[in-house]
Structures are given as structure tokens and as C-alpha cells.
Ligand binder design. Structure first.
Ligand SMILES: [Zn+2]
Length: 199
């Protein structure tokens, strides 16, 4: 984020820094590692959709902050596209590593995947890597999540009111894990997103 400071300052100068002027593009800017950053395979032909709401997940297997998140993501894709699931691509649209790095998943305009009973059509799926039922949510991962939600709300015109998690749509899972769900229940995530969107 430090690298963004000169850009923000420049934008402030260029905008005349008038009270009431909003520089919302920089306030919700995020850095997203492209698919090439985790050596993604090409997707198979897929069903398209228009995202209308954001749904939060955890990936569900333990991952430490020092582990290789890009390799983990590659392995999720290999497993998901393999004979066990036969999915067309990695199941999520975005993935966030424990250190807060955000990775591009499948095309946002394609329907995601689920192993549970809800229909993910219209859902933009963001997953936090790790098992957040057992592991605490690292602060960097939580901060990246709120920034990414703000970015997606703005970019894809999604109402924050419909933000929910996997377990809110499915009776078959505890996803995104109690330690992440806590921040949805107590309103922390929505409050932080609102702050980003208001900047
Ligand atoms: Zn889930």
C-alpha cells in the first residue's frame, strides 16, 4: 500500500483537493495477482452469469502465512478440474492468502462451483485460504477481504446489503468458519467496507 501513497497525493493535487471531492477509485483500489501468478490452467467452457451478490468462503484446509499460497491455489484447481469434481476451473472468483495477497480466480462472469446444495448463480465467490474454523483470521487477510469487497461492490455494482457467507445460503456447511463468520456477525466487515466506499 505504501507505493500507492504518491499516486493518491498526485490525485489529490490534480483534483484540486476541494472539500467534498471524492477520489473513490483510489480509495477502493486493490492489487490483484493475475492467474498467471499461480500458473493457472485454461478453463473449460463455462456457464456465464451476472454477479448480483458477494458470498464469502474459507477454503477449508489449513494454510499458514509462510506456506506457498500460489501453489495451494494451483493444487485447488488441479483437484477441482480432476475426476473428483470435474469442474471447469477453480471454484472461486477471488482467493485471499493469509498474508493478504489477493489472487484472481475464475472469470467473474462465470458461475462458481459448490459442493453443497445452494445455487451459486449470481454469486461472486471470495474465499480466504486456510481453515478459519480452526485458525484465527490473520489481520492482513481480513483487511484484504474488506478492501476486495469494497472493490467488487464498486466495480460490479453489487449492493453491500446482500453480502453474506456460504453458511447463510447452505445448511450443509460451517463455511467460512466461525473465526471469520464472527466478523460478519458483529458487523465489522460491513462497517469496514462502508468506510472504504465512503472515502
Ligand atoms: Zn464455502
Amino acid at each position: 500500500m505504501k507505493k500507492l501513497v504518491p499516486v493518491v497525493c498526485l490525485l489529490l493535487i490534480l483534483s484540486g483537493c476541494c472539500p467534498g471531492k471524492k477520489i473513490s477509485t483510489s480509495a477502493t483500489a486493490v492489487v490483484i495477482v493475475p492467474r498467471s501468478g499461480w500458473n493457472a490452467a485454461e478453463p473449460k467452457p463455462y456457464k456465464s452469469h451476472l454477479p448480483v451478490q458477494i458470498t464469502i468462503h474459507h477454503e477449508g484446509t489449513k494454510l499458514e502465512i509462510t506456506d506457498d499460497a500460489a501453489r495451494k491455489i494451483k493444487n485447488i484447481q488441479i483437484w477441482g478440474m480432476g475426476k473428483d469434481r470435474n469442474w471447469v476451473d477453480i471454484p472461486y472468483h477471488f482467493l485471499i492468502a493469509p498474508d493478504g495477497t489477493i489472487y484472481e480466480g475464475r472469470n467473474v462472469f462465470t458461475v462458481g462451483e459448490t459442493a453443497t446444495e445452494y445455487d451459486p448463480t449470481g454469486h461472486l465467490l471470495i474465499t480466504c485460504l486456510g481453515n478459519l474454523e480452526q485458525q484465527e483470521v490473520p489481520p492482513a487477510q481480513l483487511a484484504a477481504l474488506t478492501r476486495l469487497i469494497a472493490y467488487c461492490c464498486k466495480k460490479y455494482n453489487l449492493p453491500l446489503e446482500t453480502l453474506a457467507s456460504h453458511r447463510d445460503h447452505s445448511a450443509q456447511t460451517t463455511c467460512p468458519g466461525k473465526n471469520l463468520y464472527h466478523y460478519l456477525q458483529n458487523g465489522y466487515i460491513k462497517a469496514e467496507v462502508k468506510k472504504s466506499l465512503a472515502l
